[in-house]
Write a protein of this length. Structure first.
Length: 316
């Protein structure tokens, strides 16, 4: 009886130990689940929203900040080009990246790839994903695209930041010059694209990175790229680039390399305000070739814009 009692007592203690271990394991699993859930919320799956014409636009959101930064890529690029900026800026801000129609993982069924339609892509993503104050950041062609988007988002946008763009919105260009620019792309797009882009990459760029940029952009869909280039540069032929910024009463800050001169006064004739920050020795793809310097300059530009009165508060 005594032995039986001890065995029974041992089973009871063993059950209690097992139950305790189970509770601890469950607690550990719950904590792990919460951590993984938080990580999943931080690095969410890409999402899709329909643009005005129904084209599906792929976008991603990172960061918990109250201010939203929407990063818009350039011609024949995509959201991947902003990887280093997303990592740096999402610690403080809500950062949204997207693939414009015809680029990356977004739909490519349009017959024309106009800057206004690209602006509608950014508008759709901003309305779906942004919170609080919004600052639009655009590289290269994205500089015009964010102006189109801001025009479609009255009262939502605090300011615009260009990345190696908006050098001179009065840039003189004839239709014949535009045709000469596009001719090599129409004849042999991969070769023409490489020729077009290679002069925009600094001599000191790592060979592997240089090769990747050239190969990646040369792999863009030719019909999309040629249409987008024609539509973008036609704004300079007609003078509509300047008129576009006259319709957008927002401050503009450009963070540029020094490949091309900046016509500050020409820009100021058409913008609410314009400032340029030049990174010496930087090329056109400074988000890839000079990421740390660009990240610091972007962070400062964002702070400067947020310190200004919001549009409509008497600050413009």
């Amino acid at each position: 009886m005594m032995a039986s009692g001890r065995r029974a007592h041992g089973r009871k203690r063993g059950g209690a130990i097992t139950a305790g271990c189970g509770r601890r394991l469950a607690g550990t699993l719950l904590a792990l689940w919460l951590v993984l859930g938080a990580a999943a919320a931080q690095a969410a799956w890409p999402q899709v929203v329909a643009s005005k014409d129904g084209t599906p636009i792929s976008y991603e959101v990172r960061g918990p900040g109250e201010t939203t930064l929407v990063l818009v890529h350039g011609w024949s690029c995509d959201a991947r080009y902003w990887r280093a900026q997303v990592e740096a800026l999402s610690a403080t801000y809500r950062v949204v990246t997207l693939d414009l129609a015809g680029h990356g993982h977004s739909g490519a069924a349009r017959s024309r790839y106009t800057m206004q339609a690209f602006g509608e892509d950014v508008q759709a993503v901003t309305e779906a994903a942004a919170s609080g104050k919004v600052i639009l950041i655009g590289h290269s062609m994205g500089g015009v695209v964010i102006a189109e988007a801001a025009r479609l988002l009255p009262g939502r946008v605090q300011g615009l930041i260009g990345v190696d763009t908006l050098h001179n919105i009065e840039h003189p260009l004839t239709r014949e010059e535009l045709e000469q620019m596009a001719a090599p792309l129409r004849q042999d797009f991969p070769a023409g694209c490489r020729q077009f882009v290679q002069g925009m990459i600094g001599a000191g760029t790592e060979p592997a990175l240089r090769d990747w940029i050239l190969a990646d952009m040369a792999a863009a869909p030719p019909a999309v790229a040629i249409s987008a280039l024609n539509e973008m540069m036609s704004l300079y032929v007609t003078g509509d680039a300047a008129r576009l910024f006259e319709a957008v009463p927002l401050p503009v800050i450009a963070v540029n390399g020094d490949l091309w001169p900046i016509a500050d006064e020409a820009n100021r004739r058409h913008m609410a305000s314009f400032e340029a920050v030049v990174l010496k020795g930087a090329d056109h793809f400074l988000m890839l070739t000079r990421p740390d310097e660009l990240n610091a300059a972007l962070a400062q530009a964002v702070k400067d814009l947020l310190a200004r009165p919001a549009p409509g508060d008497g600050g413009q």
